[in-house]
Ligand binder design. Structure first.
Ligand code: COA
Length: 334
């Protein structure tokens, strides 16, 4: 049977570092509040005009493709996860195809918010398993900084999010490659649409067009009930992790490293505790980048790899949660 493996990883973070202290110029907040409630110390903001969700994605993709020892011409499909696309349409996948001068391959945009990258990984895994494609470029990229409410009213949301991009090349592994690093052993996905209103960008779609009458309410920015989101994030990420491990025939005790969606240090600690895993087996970099939604997991994968934390034979658990609510998890053998 065909299986897929992560063959190359890349990331791109904008150079502009925005500290918690910097945010106090716009809203009533403090470094202490943000660090204590979230663990975030700073985040990156893309250049207002020169960097977009797509330009950051392209930089991450170039690195992932090079590290996979291939070229853009060899990619047969693009899957792009984002909640902050350059345009309402066309999607960012198409823009990557153009920017990288790729063949006229298929490009699919995934709209599953912070779970988007793991959803995209799962979709790629299916296309590889059917034999349809051999090298799939999977991207998670976000430019949140353009769509946040920087007034005190929006502070519970705006302090959390940052910009950045991560990309991987998912490649077909044939039967002889039973010990190839980065093999995807399982993926699971879930949603609960009854909670769709808890975390969303309410305006700008067909249900609530932006009008002169409602523009003052900032309907085009992220609205979130923080506590409700927190509670469900812990429960669903735990469930998804357990399901993905079970499908892979493993338990939490087998996990060498968890790479969770980077939303909040307290959410991550709560999941580690419930999985009975010490924090040194959990990767965290949200202190530097905040929540970059679909980009958190590929960025963290890249940094874990660089830090030598993905060793041969390691069981790596990826798990994400986002607006929708949506959640997803995957077990990868390094
Ligand atoms: N700085 C200072 N005070 C803030 C603040 C900020 N940035 N944001 C909110 N507050 C205030 C509130 O106004 C409130 O004040 P009040 O008690 O006078 O009304 C108080 O802090 C508590 O607000 P609350 O929203 O209940 O705080 P919280 O402890 O739930 O923390 C979050 C807020 C957003 C940090 C937390 O709920 C969270 O992380 N939730 C999950 C978010 C998440 O992961 N989202 C992405 C999922 S993909």
């Amino acid at each position: 049977m065909l299986s897929s493996k992560i063959a190359g990883i890349g990331k791109y973070l904008p150079a502009n570092v925005v500290t918690n202290q910097d945010l106090t110029a716009y809203m009533e907040t403090s470094n202490e509040w943000i660090v204590e409630r979230t663990g975030i110390q700073e985040r990156r903001y893309a250049h207002r005009t020169e960097e977009t969700t797509t330009t950051m994605a392209v930089e991450a993709a170039k690195i992932a493709i090079e590290r996979a020892g291939t070229t853009a011409e060899e990619i047969d499909f693009i899957i792009f996860a984002t909640l902050s696309p350059d345009y309402y349409f066309p999607g960012c996948g198409v823009l990557v195809q153009r920017a990288m001068g790729m063949k006229e391959i298929g490009a699919l945009d995934i709209r599953n918010q912070c779970s988007g990258f793991v959803y995209a990984l799962s979709v790629a895994d299916q296309f590889i398993k059917t034999g349809m494609y051999k090298n799939i470029l999977v991207i998670g990229s976000e430019k949140h900084s353009f769509g946040l409410d920087f007034s005190t009213r929006g502070r519970n949301v705006s302090v959390i999010f940052g910009d950045g991009a991560g990309a991987v090349v998912i490649r077909r592994a044939d039967e002889s490659e039973t010990d190839a690093p980065g093999r995807v052993l399982s993926t699971v996905m879930g949603t609960d649409g009854t909670l769709a209103d808890v975390l969303k960008v309410p305006g700008g779609g067909s249900a609530c067009p932006i009008t002169p009458e409602n523009v003052e309410l900032h309907p085009n920015t992220i609205h979130m009930e923080g506590r409700e989101t927190f509670k469900h994030a812990v429960t669903r990420m735990l469930e998804a992790s357990q399901q993905a491990l079970e499908i892979a025939g493993l338990t939490a005790a087998d996990v060498s490293l968890v790479i969770p969606h980077q939303a909040n240090a307290r959410i991550i600690s709560a999941i580690a505790e419930r999985l009975n895993l010490p924090l040194d087996r959990v990767f965290m970099n949200l202190d530097k980048y905040g929540n970059t939604s679909a980009a958190t997991i590929p960025v963290a994968l890249d940094e874990a790899n660089k830090a030598g934390r993905l060793k041969k034979g390691d069981v790596v658990l990826l798990v994400a949660f986002g607006g929708g609510f949506t959640w997803a998890s995957s077990v990868v053998r390094w």
